[in-house]
Design a binder for this molecule. Sequence first.
Ligand code: SF4
Ligand code: SF4
Ligand code: SF4
Length: 256
Amino acid sequence: MTSLSKPKIAFFDFAGCEGCQLTVIDALQTDIDLLNVVEIVQFREAMSEKGDDYTIAFIEGSYTRFSDKERLIAIRDQAEIVIALGACAHLSGINAIRNLQSTAEVRRYVYGDHAEHFDVSLAKPISAVIHVDAFIPGCPIDRQEFVRAVKALLQGNLPDIPDYPVCVECKLKENSCLFWYGKTCQGPITRAGCGALCPSLGTGCVGCRGLIPSPNISSFKQLMSEHGTSEAGIEAKLKLFMTHEILKSEASGDGN
Ligand code: SF4
Ligand code: SF4
Ligand code: SF4
């Protein structure tokens, strides 16, 4: 196979900590064979070359500036497949917490007297701006899930992301439930795929992979309350990674 026949992929970053890109670099170090079957043409975190000829685009980070729209559209126009990489791109992640305050106040708080010079919009997942073919959830992404996703794409398939809760993986690992030990955990409403990483280490899931489809939020709140979490505490835990999803379900439009 010549390099010309390899699918060309590119990585892009918007508002995020770049931890998902670092996870990709980490994954490529242990699954280096992937570099024999794809050609990376743009990946600011890892290389200085900057090719604009690609068919698969991985986008990390949230839309947070009006000017992001033009860049996202250009990526969408070029790529045959666009993948949201990580919670910031998939759900606007922790960036969405600032949507709970007015954008003008947030901008003034961060930039002070220079606020008017900075382009700031509501934080949004990239799917709110362009069509996204698939997502790889998590904060950061799971490196093995990323490798599986690339292999699926090379076979002409989209990544197969679980739609069942973390509790399923936790039970398969035969973990004792943390609720029995006075801890709380968002596993019942959070999308699986991380192998129940946090509960397996004795720490409650904080929901970084987002909600499962049709979560029973009211039952989950009741469970948390029965285990001693205040109403404010429950809201705070839910909004760490799920602000966008919760606001979206509460509102009829997304506004801007
Ligand atoms: S999802 Fe998490 S690790 Fe990835 S860019 Fe956003 S904050 Fe960083
Ligand atoms: S520890 Fe969390 S993920 Fe595991 S069974 Fe209990 S609630 Fe579910
Ligand atoms: S257990 Fe929850 S918080 Fe931890 S990695 Fe999995 S989805 Fe994210």
